[in-house]
Design a binder for this molecule. Structure first.
Ligand code: AMP
Ligand code: MG
Length: 530
């Protein structure tokens, strides 16, 4: 069906750089119109930051564009092709229910993908209907915005519109379309697709494009190839990202290679959830029967996915395959130490412990700090400051201190977020944990470690406050907000979004959101959202 171009002045500054890639990588496609679109939620503050007029976005014409009934002037939407290892199995995929409207240039000069998710069938839909249900789209909206609030690199959510159509899943559900904003939608799976079905020149075009889009300000070491630098930068950003997930107890749930970005942003909030009681084996997703994507497995899975990226890049790393493999292996070997360093720094901060700035961090190591910080365009947390020493003399003891606390939390089924929150507030932790002799002795050890630092107690507490969220999007709260919103009461969701926007505020409004799940929610399962 032909789609009318719309002229409303929302403030979009459209670009189409992805469309300059070889045609292998996409198919031009217009959204499939829907019956009766209505704006369900609009992220006004984000719209303003993007240079868009919130009022204009609420207009009838703009809502038609967010629903895919009209195509904004200056755009030529496309569905991206990609592949992916889904639970370990390689498949040819692509945007089966999403379209890239185009890239919007923000007032700050950032190029961002504007994607409609749930916009109808495409050549990549396989058996699917190309649609999305309201509940899962609102869930993505809430959790991605919560991740942003936590300062974790993530795609953002601009709006959700309902379609006025029902879609069939296990039952009939109201349909919806999410407007998702991302640094890009280039995935590990995009590179796998190029390697499997493209020429080396196609692969090179994708790698060059990705480099220019995300890493053009990274300085190459003398004689270093851009493609090795690309692989290393992605490894660095992902090491930083996964450490941040672990630190807040975020479980992605479906870490397939098509759900891992080259930009280092978290993407695809399907069956994700935040952990309540600390247990590395935690899985929420109903489809993850084997626990492949359990909380404790996420770092290993990230490395596995990065190895798939490295494999795809082999022809660009060296003309001799064995040499290319050696180069790739050396790059991948950086991941565990990088991840561990981010994790340790973050875990120490959660306990008010400062990490010394090491000479190796400021010198070479490929600019680890700057690369990861650049990747994080979200709210900045207070960075742990240096204590002036140039030697990490407490590293082993601190790792043990952290490990022991986590093990006690696991044994005594303590709530992950609340344990750190209560330590931050200098309040007793849950009795199940607080009343054990092991915890009492751990606490004494921790206090003496704190006393060894040059920094004051107030400085430690400030570090803890900026590292331990007072509130996370707990499953029962998210569910409650979704149920109310779908009945027409948006207030519950708005209040939840409000407290999640500043998770380190420790405001009184946040207190009631800190309670763990009721017993009835302890076996909570998430579904894939398709
Ligand atoms: P996901 O599990 O959301 O990462 O999606 C995996 C693949 O399935 C992607 O290629 C999606 O585009 C596709 N897909 C998911 N849901 C649908 C749907 N309802 N219709 C068509 N394709 C879909
Ligand atoms: Mg996906």
């Amino acid at each position: 069906m032909p789609v009318k171009k719309t002229e409303v002045n929302v403030g979009w500054k459209w670009h189409d750089s992805y469309g300059e890639l070889p045609e292998l990588f996409y198919t031009r496609q217009t959204p499939v119109p829907v019956r009766a679109p209505e704006l369900f939620v609009l992220n006004e503050s984000y719209a303003a930051a993007l240079g868009l007029g919130p009022d204009a976005l609420r207009s009838e014409e703009a809502v038609q564009t967010l629903a895919g009934n009209e195509v904004p002037a200056g755009t030529s939407p496309l569905a991206q092709a990609y592949a992916g290892h889904q639970f370990g199995h390689f498949n040819r995929l692509g945007d089966g229910r999403a379209l890239l409207l185009g890239e919007h240039m923000t007032p700050a000069g950032q190029r961002l993908d504007i994607q409609l998710k749930g916009s109808g069938r495409t050549p990549y839909s396989r058996g699917g209907d190309g649609r999305a249900a309201l509940g899962p789209m609102l869930r993505e909206y809430i959790i991605s915005e919560a991740m942003y609030g936590l300062g974790i690199p993530t795609t953002r959510s601009l709006a959700v519109v309902t379609t006025g159509e029902m879609i069939l899943r296990e039952q009939e559900l109201p349909g919806a379309i999410l407007t998702r904003v991302a640094a890009s939608h280039i995935r590990v799976g995009t590179f796998q697709y190029a390697a499997a079905w493209g020429s080396v020149e196609d692969l090179r075009a994708l790698a060059d494009y990705t480099w220019l889009r995300h890493y053009s300000d990274v300085l190459l070491a003398e004689g270093q190839s851009r493609y090795l630098a690309l692989l290393l930068e992605v490894i660095r950003r992902q090491a930083a990202l996964i450490a941040q997930w672990q630190l807040v107890g975020f479980i992605h749930g479906v870490m397939n290679t098509d759900n891992m970005t080259l930009s280092g942003e978290t993407i695809d909030y399907g069956p994700c959830a935040f952990m309540d009681q600390f247990d590395p084996a935690t899985v929420y997703s109903s489809i993850d029967q084997q626990g492949r994507y359990a909380y404790g497995n996420q770092p290993d899975i990230a490395l596995w996915n990065l190895a798939r990226l490295a494999e795809a890049l082999l022809p660009l790393l060296h003309e001799d395959e064995e040499a290319a493999i050696r180069i790739a292996q050396e790059a991948l070997a950086e991941f565990p130490d990088l991840y561990q360093a981010h994790w340790l720094r973050g875990m120490r901060a959660k306990l008010g412990l400062f990490t010394p700035a090491l000479a190796s961090e400021t010198a070479d190591v490929g600019g680890q700090q700057s690369a990861t910080e650049k990747g994080n365009e979200g709210n900045k947390r207070t960075e742990p400051r240096s204590d002036g020493h140039n030697h990490d003399e407490h590293k082993d003891a601190d790792e043990q201190l952290i490990f022991d606390l986590l093990q006690l939390m696991h044994q005594h089924r303590a709530d992950y977020t609340n344990t750190f929150r209560l330590l931050t507030l200098e309040q007793p932790v849950e009795p199940t944990l607080a009343e054990t002799a092991e915890y009492v002795s751990w606490y004494t050890r921790w206090q003496s470690r704190l006393a060894m630092q040059q920094q004051t107690r107030e400085q430690s507490l400030e570090l803890m406050r900026s590292s331990n969220p007072a509130v996370i999007p707990r499953n029962h709260r998210v569910e409650e907000a979704l149920v109310a919103a779908m009945k027409g009461d948006h207030g519950v969701m708005e209040r939840l979004l409000d407290v999640l926007a500043k998770p380190f505020a420790y405001s009184t409004a946040q207190e009631e959101y800190s309670a763990g799940p009721p017993d009835s929610m302890c076996n909570y399962r998430t579904f894939c959202g398709t």
